[in-house]
Ligand binder design. Structure first.
Ligand SMILES: NC(=O)c1ccc[n+]([C@@H]2O[C@H](COP(=O)([O-])OP(=O)(O)OC[C@H]3O[C@@H](n4cnc5c(N)ncnc54)[C@H](OP(=O)(O)O)[C@@H]3O)[C@@H](O)[C@H]2O)c1
Length: 404
């Protein structure tokens, strides 16, 4: 397939899409990467491109218009989409990319929608050669690749996989955007009227194949727990609902390389004292109440009014002062232990996410040939792995370090 662009950023006018475009011009001199900015409004695209001070071509496409989406997809090696909530606006684009053999990356964290896309389009993507990779932002790149890196180190040091891995957020500073809140709210609303989906969201193997055969019961922290490995009170981590599913899918796509009984879970490390116990309990309680509160009319209305609106998000100052520090503790079947640290130098949801998404798209366009990795629904660890870690450490401010 001969294409005009390496990447097209669809949703260039979104809050995160604009950060992506600014990162592209800051990182690559004009002409080094052949790319275009796409969206549904020519006037909004024009004002984004004007602010970039580079001559970036634009493409008009609406997420409801398959003909325009196909025209856009056929012009590019990779489509990078920030048009979300994806469950509301993303389905036609995945269909079109799967049919046209165009590679695709996005920022969804919506497991119900990913499941639906895999069911509908996996066979088509395998036939056309399209590599579809969801979750290329803070959820789930640092987690999927953090585990991948830990497993690589375990093979080097112990010649065995870590069959139990715990991840704890040690530190994190950042804020949410309207688009992210809208995606989360939509997911809880869908689940409130769909018992199958509610069950699916609790299933760590929800994104594995029907024939996965995994049965290991996973730790599922819902309230304050004292964790001996992290030597502190820990609380549930909101992103675990998507990240754990992605990591288990990576295990299956990797031929169960981390083990038939691989266990993986995620928490936030709060601290040691009584105050930390109370904080961890409060986080657990809040996370149990929120999905219910958002689906009930009076509280749901109030919450939606208070939360940031679509198109809004953290200021540049907040993005630059943000960061994240994640720790992975892995154990082999023989009880040998490794700790890995993954950090990012900007706020996780926007500053860092934008850099990760761009590098994931470029990695598919430039580093991973179709002969090397065939079409299908992949995860970042299984289709990009080491080349993406290299890009993220060289160009996106992430670090991956073995601590012991
Ligand atoms: N995984 C992560 O770590 C992570 C981090 C950040 C964001 N996200 C996700 O990324 C997505 C974007 O977030 P955001 O805060 O940047 O959202 P946002 O500012 O609300 O932007 C939404 C975008 O969708 C576009 N859009 C809406 N309907 C469309 C249609 N029919 N056709 C074409 N475009 C359409 C909007 O275009 P207009 O500008 O023309 O209105 C806008 O560009 C959300 O789904 C969010 O959950 C994920």
């Amino acid at each position: 397939m001969s294409t005009q662009y390496d990447i097209v950023i669809f949703g260039a006018t979104s809050f995160v899409g604009q950060i992506l475009c600014q990162y592209m011009v800051a990182q690559y001199p004009e002409g080094e990467i052949v790319w275009a900015a796409a969206g549904r409004s020519q006037s909004k695209l024009n004002s984004v491109v004007k602010s970039l001070k580079q001559n970036i071509p634009t493409i008009i496409a609406d997420s409801d218009d398959e003909m325009l989406l196909r025209y856009m997809a056929e012009q590019s090696k990779v489509i990078i989409s920030t048009v979300g909530p994806y469950a509301l606006y993303g389905s036609s684009l995945v269909k079109v990319c799967a049919e046209s053999g165009t590679d695709y990356v996005d920022l969804t964290g919506e497991p119900q929608w990913i499941r639906k896309m895999i069911n509908l389009h996996e066979a088509t993507a395998k036939a056309s050669g399209a590599r579809i990779v969801h979750c290329c932002g803070f959820d789930s790149i640092p987690l999927d690749l953090g585990n991948f890196y830990l497993q690589q180190q375990a093979q080097k040091v112990y010649c065995a996989p870590c069959t139990t891995v715990k991840m704890a957020v040690y530190q994190m500073k950042g804020a949410g955007s309207g688009g992210t809140f809208a995606s989360g709210i939509n997911m809880f609303k869908e689940a409130s009227t769909d018992a199958e989906l509610t069950k699916g969201l609790k299933d760590p193997y929800f994104l594995c194949s029907k024939e996965h055969g995994f049965s290991a019961v996973q730790r599922d922290v819902q309230t304050a727990v004292y964790d001996e490995d992290f030597d502190a009170w820990v609380a549930p981590f909101v992103m675990a609902v998507i990240n754990t599913k992605i990591v288990h899918r990576s295990n299956e796509l990797n031929g169960k390389a981390f083990g038939e009984n691989f266990k993986y879970d995620e928490v936030i490390r709060i601290g040691k004292g009584f105050g930390s116990h109370i904080t961890a309990s409060a986080i657990g309680l809040g996370m149990r109440i929120f999905p219910l509160a958002i689906t009930l009319p009076p509280s749901g209305y109030l919450i939606e009014k208070i939360l940031t609106k679509p198109g809004e998000g953290p200021s540049v100052k907040q993005q630059n002062s943000g960061f994240f520090d994640l720790r992975f503790i892995g154990k082999t079947d023989a009880g040998q232990r490794l700790t890995v640290k993954v950090t990012g130098d900007k706020d996780p949801g926007y500053g860092s996410t934008a850099k990760m998404l761009v590098q994931a798209g470029l990695c598919l366009a430039q580093d991973i040939s179709k002969a090397e990795k065939a079409g299908g629904f992949w995860t970042t660890a299984t289709v990009m792995g080491e080349p993406l870690i290299k890009r993220l450490t060289e160009r996106a401010g992430l670090t991956f370090t073995l601590l012991d």
